[in-house]
Write a protein that binds this ligand. Structure first.
Ligand code: ADP
Ligand code: MG
Length: 596
């Protein structure tokens, strides 16, 4: 160990840049936040090669005078707070005075700025953190920051950059997220000269959402508005039908700042309880306002996380506000029960008509009746799924071996979700969705080629993607074609889905297609085409399977249990969750204290 040295400012800035400036998108974020803090009503962003070659952010805000334009590049130089006490009630997005010096330390930067009181503006040229020139120039009121040759002097960081498409995707993602937080500001984003986002800046959040997620999605959004003492919430939540496989479309602002906050996201999801399938996540854009003194914004260098003093209180406020919106829109399926006809118990005499199906989920009754009467499984799976359920472990079956599945007689349903059945050795509860999922999955895996084969849609489906999704689509078009999707570029970020894998044709391939895009954007490593295919079949089984909260007649239950009994691995769903649980006669006797 050598002697301890105090680092010079340039080195300190380069180190800080490591935290603040992860990639072009993080620079764009910092620069936009500065423009917002400067009171701009119009912010334009333009990136070349995803920002790796150049990125420009210009605004019509207050601008800076010549002195401030130079000071702005000094470490911890900020106009936004004066002392540590101010940290307790931050109203601005910036306050660390770190962004400009950090960005300047790892790029060639050019700043032009003018305040409205001055006749001319100031230009500062800076390279690797060193000011080369400061000059008077003609310039409009506001600020233009141009960042060129990012990471030219930090090759290690430069190596970590993904391709320009990927970086452009990240830029577009962050601009979308900030833009929806400021409907009063008009945002424009250009990538390689093409406009990929434009918000009108008229103050209408729904219009912004339409600009980002498309009009179709905006139509499926419901208004949330509530206030309780100091706290308020406003914004939009997606109908359950708009749910996604990833949480990327969940946007939260706390006091105007876009943040990631697990607690609040979960509080919103809680309001959707039982309306969404496992693994599905709602889409939402929510502005939450709380007393600034209860929020600590200084917990993360990029300021994307905050700590809320009374988190629990805010979270339950959020859950109840979103629940009210969802309930007010009658989205919760209310099953209608009819009394079970006595003579029908277990017997074949119950006619289908006597059972009322309260609402039609995507898995219609037809699909259940459509199940083959008997299926001669000739399984070719090679341990495709490994059960982790209670019974699965004990039953590793060979091809053609008779399953030791109990003989079950259905008695009825609990919560329209679980089938109660009598076996020779006690009571069984069967998760109807998991069971049907297993049946369909095995059916698909038996002849995967048939079910993945592309089927042309009668009416092609228009998809309005985000710019980032378009990048993912371009990167994975071969995979998607391989899986039976036929996609045609329509213009801009709009695509036409013309064909889908056969098993998805009935349920509409849209949701499955979007799921795959989500999956690809989360898993950037390559995955074998066989594994991908299996993933698709699992997803299709899940989507086509009868849902929870779905009323079933006894014949349907019988058919379902009959099918399950013939499955090769009947005890778990393809995700490894149990399809059934067992209470033996002894268990029941113990519970009732008939035996000790
Ligand atoms: P912070 O935003 O945390 O204060 P920055 O390094 O991002 O730190 O910016 C330093 C200062 O430069 C800001 O406090 C502000 O006074 C000034 N500044 C930066 N960008 C702009 C802009 N677009 N318009 C006006 N002033 C700006
Ligand atoms: Mg800043």
């Amino acid at each position: 160990m050598g002697r301890i040295l105090v680092l010079d400012e340039l080195t300190a800035n380069k180190i800080a840049a490591g935290e603040v400036v992860e990639r072009p998108a993080s620079i764009v974020k910092e620069l936009i936040e500065n423009s917002i803090d400067a009171g701009s009503s119009r912010i334009e962003i333009s990136v070349t090669d995803g920002g790796l070659t150049s990125l420009v952010v210009s605004d019509n805000g207050t601008g800076m005078d010549t002195t401030d334009a130079g000071l702005a590049f000094e470490r911890h130089a900020t106009s936004k707070i004066k002392n540590a006490g101010d940290l307790d009630h931050i109203q601005s997005l910036g306050f660390r005075g770190e962004a400009l010096p950090s960005i300047a330390a790892v790029s060639r930067l050019n700043l032009k700025t003018r305040i409205k009181e001055a006749v001319s503006g100031t230009e500062v040229v800076i390279e690797g953190g060193q000011i080369l020139t400061t000059a008077d120039i003609g310039s409009p009121v506001g600020t233009i920051v141009e960042v060129n040759d990012l990471f030219f002097n930090t090759p290690a960081r430069k190596k970590h950059m993904k391709g320009p498409n990927n970086e452009a995707g990240h830029v577009s993602d962050i601009v979308n997220k900030i833009a929806m937080g400021y409907p009063h500001i008009s945002f424009q984003l250009k990538s390689n000269g093409r406009v990929i986002l434009k918000t009108p800046g008229k103050g209408d959040l729904l219009e912004c959402i339409a600009g980002v997620y498309g009009i179709e999605a905006a139509r499926e959004m419901l208004l949330v508005e509530a206030q309780k003492s100091e706290n308020s919430i406003s914004g939009y939540v997606g109908k359950p039908s708009l749910s996604r496989a990833a949480r990327n479309h969940q946007i939260i602002y706390i006091n105007g700042r876009y943040v990631r906050n697990r607690g609040i996201a979960e509080a919103v999801e809680k309001a959707y309880h039982s309306m969404l399938m496992v693994g599905r996540h709602p889409v939402f854009v929510l502005n939450i306002r709380v007393n600034p003194e209860t929020v600590d914004v200084n917990v993360h260098p990029a300021k994307t996380e905050v700590r809320i003093a009374k988190a629990g209180e805010i979270e339950s406020f959020v859950t109840s506000a979103v629940s009210q919106t969802l309930a007010g829109n009658r989205l919760i399926p209310a099953p209608v029960y009819k009394p079970v006809p006595k003579q029908g118990l277990g017997g074949p005499t119950v006619k289908q008509e006597e059972w009322q199906v309260p609402y039609i989920s995507t898995a219609s009754e037809e699909q259940i009746r459509e199940l083959p009467e008997s299926s001669e499984y000739v399984p070719e799976l090679s341990g495709a799924s490994t059960g982790t359920g209670i019974l699965a472990d004990s039953i590793p079956r060979e091809a053609g071996e008779q399953p030791c599945f109990p003989e079950l007689r259905p008695i009825g349903q609990i919560d329209c979700t679980y089938i109660v059945a009598q076996g020779s050795d006690g009571m069984y509860l069967i998760d109807q969705h998991a069971a049907h999922e297993r049946i369909l999955y095995e059916k698909y895996m038996e002849k995967p080629d048939d079910f993945v084969a592309s089927e042309q849609l009668l009416f092609s489906v228009a998809l309005q993607l985000t710019f980032q999704e378009t990048q993912v689509l371009n990167d994975h078009i071969i995979n998607l074609t391989d899986l039976g999707f036929v996609v045609e570029h329509f213009g801009g970020e709009t695509f036409l889905l013309r064909g889908v894998p056969a098993a998805a044709a009935k349920i509409g391939g849209r949701e499955i297609f979007l799921d795959l895009l989500d999956y690809f954007s989360r898993n950037r490593h390559t995955i074998s085409s066989k594994a991908l295919r299996e993933k698709l079949l699992i997803t299709m089984a899940c989507k086509s399977a009868i849902k929870a909260n779905h009323n079933l007649g006894l014949p349907e239950m019988e058919s379902l249990l009959g099918q399950l009994s013939k499955a090769r691995n009947p005890f778990t769903c393809p995700h490894g969750r149990p399809t059934l649980i067992h209470f033996s006669g002894y268990d029941l006797e113990k519970r009732f204290k008939r035996v000790l």
